[in-house]
Structure formats: structure tokens, C-alpha cells
Ligand binder design. Structure first.
Ligand SMILES: Cc1ncc(COP(=O)(O)O)c(C=O)c1O
Length: 350
């Protein structure tokens, strides 16, 4: 499979922006090339200088943790930037199409709409697994991307691995596996399969288990040709220096992150158990993520009653296959207890 032939014609021919620092080789100490403030920044740090466009120090640290080489790693301003760039690099507006598998993460659709790219929806089966026949039928010669979210948001389940492998082996475009919640899952990541599949893109993010949603840092791991295309299309300085510095520091604290993952998974199981005992709860869907999809009586009324008590859940009750469901992020033990008490008090009033 030649990935270069998948990209849009204008991207194939694109001469990317060349930054001032790309254009020399060797040692230098006087930088008068980028119209920066040579006196410094009010913060006393190096913030007067443009950041490394390829974020090599940060990628090196990520590579040591993930075991994926730097040249197979792309960093985006959140995974949301990687999603948008995949559309811009590979999908011809008004001509190409992509396949998404509802119910799933909303940005795949929004980003397609922004880029004027046709969406073909193949709903998950009632088991929340892939409809492989439906996917095969939806594919045509203009289908460029298939987004598979695993564990899936908002349903919480992981997608059966062999089903993902079937799509990867048979589809001639890119298969994007969004692993935003992989740290909470029993399922293994796909980042170790990059050499096997030239069309595999694995997205992960620092916004969930790593606790850095405010920084806006997402990763896309893929074979070299895909990464080279994303780097060509991205804004030159898409990851700012403060994010690079802070993320590098955070990567040194993996023990804390692993502790939080363990506690969150324990809390998820405990909270799921308590929710199952509530009268208003019809179904607690099993979760491999840090949230739980729960079917309740009168979802909207329950949602509103909780808002009145200052507790915000995600109302998914109008979403395909999630009718009557609320999505609950697993909080701290105390937050989960507050939620359960509030739900009990609502039950007692009705
Ligand atoms: C499945 C999935 N992918 C990606 C994201 C967004 O990630 P980021 O914060 O890195 O843009 C989310 C956020 O909720 C998500 O649920």
C-alpha cells in the first residue's frame, strides 16, 4: 500500500513552510533570524524563542515510555488537532468520504463537516461491537479513513481485537484507532502493530490518564509515510514551549499516573456495583474506560435534578443506541459517593 498515493493531490505537491531554524546546519549562538525579542521573556525562561517544531526532546521521552520510535510519533495540539489534520491531508473536500461508527466520539463528525468531507455512518451492533459487513458495504474507492474508538466513547467498551485486525487487513485507506482511554483498559494497545500495518494510525492523549487536559497534547503513532505527511501539513509550531516543558516534567512522574489509573479502575468497578443496586438504574454497561454508560429511568429529569445539586453528568439519552443513558465520569471516591447519595435522594423523592 502506497500511503503517498492516499494523500490529497494538493498535499502531495505541497512545499511546506520552512522555519528559520530549518535552514542552517552547524553550531550557532547568535539568533537574528526569526524576529524574536532578543532581550528575553518577562518570565525569565526561554519563551522569547520559537519552540522546536518537531518537539524532539519531548518525543524522545515519550518514545522511552511507549517504545515507539520518534519517527513514528506525531504530536498534536490535543488529539483533536490530529483528527483535523488527517482530514486535511487525506480527504478531498466534496469528493472523498470517511466511515465513522456511532455512537462514538463527536469530533470525527464535526471535523469532517468543517472540512466538507462526506461521512458514512455504520452504527455499532447492539453489543457495541463492529458491524463488519456494514463497514465492508459502506467502503468505496473514495473512502479514505475509518475511525475506530477503543475503548469507545460513550459506550466504554473495547472493540474486539480480531475485528479491528480484519478492518486493518482489508481496508485500503487509513484505520485510525483512537485509544484515548487505553490506560484504563484490559485490551492491549495497537502501538506495537505499527510495523505490521502501513495503514494503522493509533491516537492517544495526555488529556485522560495523564491528567493534562489543559495542556492540549495528543499523540498519533503511525508508519513513517503517514507521520511525514502530518508533519508537512501541521502548523509549524503547533506544540508551544510551555506544553513541551510541562509535559516533559510530567513524564518523569509516571508512578503517580499509574497509581491514579489503578484507583480509577477500582473506583469504576465499585461505582458500577453501587449503581446496579439503584432502583432508577436499568442497566450499567461494562466499561474499559474512566467513565460508565448507565441507562436510567427518566434520563433527562435525572440529569436536571443532579444539575440542581451541582453535579454534572453527560446526557447521552438522545444518542443512537444510548437511549435513556447518562455517561458518568469516574470521579474521586468522595465525588462518587456524593453522586450516589444524590441519586438515592432523587429516587426517594419519586
Ligand atoms: C475518544 C476521544 N478521543 C479524543 C478526545 C480528545 O482528546 P484531546 O483532549 O487530546 O483532544 C476525547 C475527549 O473526550 C475522546 O473521548
Amino acid at each position: 500500500m502506497d500511503i503517498n498515493n492516499l494523500q490529497r493531490e494538493n498535499i502531495k505537491n505541497l512545499k511546506p513552510y520552512s522555519t528559520a531554524r530549518d535552514e542552517y546546519k552547524g553550531q550557532a549562538s547568535v539568533f537574528l533570524d526569526a524576529n524574536e525579542n532578543s532581550y528575553g521573556s518577562p518570565l525569565g525562561k526561554n519563551y522569547n524563542r520559537y519552540p522546536d517544531p518537531l518537539q524532539l526532546d519531548l518525543k524522545d521521552a515519550i518514545s522511552k515510555i511507549k517504545g515507539v520510535p520518534i519517527e513514528n510519533t506525531f504530536l498534536g495540539n490535543g488529539s483533536d488537532e490530529a483528527i483535523d489534520l488527517l482530514y486535511r491531508a487525506f480527504c478531498e473536500p466534496g469528493k472523498d468520504n470517511v466511515i465513522i461508527l456511532p455512537p462514538t466520539y463527536g469530533m470525527y463528525e464535526v471535523s469532517a463537516n468543517i472540512n466538507n468531507v462526506e461521512i458514512r455512518k455504520v452504527n455499532l451492533l447492539p453489543s457495541f461491537q463492529l458491524d463488519l459487513e456494514g463497514i465492508a458495504e459502506a467502503i468505496d474507492e473514495n473512502t479514505k479513513l475509518i475511525f475506530i474508538c477503543s475503548p469507545n466513547n460513550p459506550t466504554g467498551n473495547s472493540i474486539i481485537r480480531t475485528d479491528i485486525e480484519t478492518v486493518l487487513a482489508n481496508f485500503k485507506g487509513l484505520v485510525i484507532i483512537d485509544e484515548a482511554y487505553i490506560n484504563y483498559a484490559k485490551q492491549r494497545t495497537f502501538i506495537n502493530e505499527l510495523t505490521e500495518y502501513p495503514n494503522l494510525v493509533v491516537m492517544q492523549t495526555f488529556s485522560k490518564a495523564w491528567g493534562l487536559a489543559a495542556l492540549r497534547l495528543g499523540t498519533a503513532f503511525a508508519a513513517r509515510p503517514v507521520i511525514d505527511i502530518l508533519n508537512k501539513v501541521k502548523p509549524p509550531y503547533n506544540i508551544n514551549q510551555a506544553t513541551q516543558d510541562i509535559a516533559l516534567e510530567a513524564l518523569g512522574n509516571i508512578a503517580q499516573v499509574n497509581d491514579w489509573i489503578k484507583i480509577t479502575v477500582e473506583q469504576r468497578e465499585q461505582l458500577s456495583g453501587y449503581l446496579r443496586n439503584l432502583k432508577m438504574v436499568k442497566k450499567v454497561h461494562p466499561s474499559d474506560a474512566n467513565f460508565i454508560l448507565v441507562e436510567v429511568d427518566e434520563a433527562l429529569n435525572t440529569y436536571n435534578a443532579l444539575v440542581e445539586q451541582g453535579i454534572i453528568l453527560r446526557d447521552r439519552s438522545k444518542v443512537t443506541l444510548c437511549e435513556g443513558c447518562l455517561r458518568i465520569t469516574v470521579g474521586t471516591e468522595k465525588e462518587n459517593e456524593t453522586l450516589l447519595n444524590a441519586m438515592k435522594s432523587i429516587e426517594n423523592k419519586n
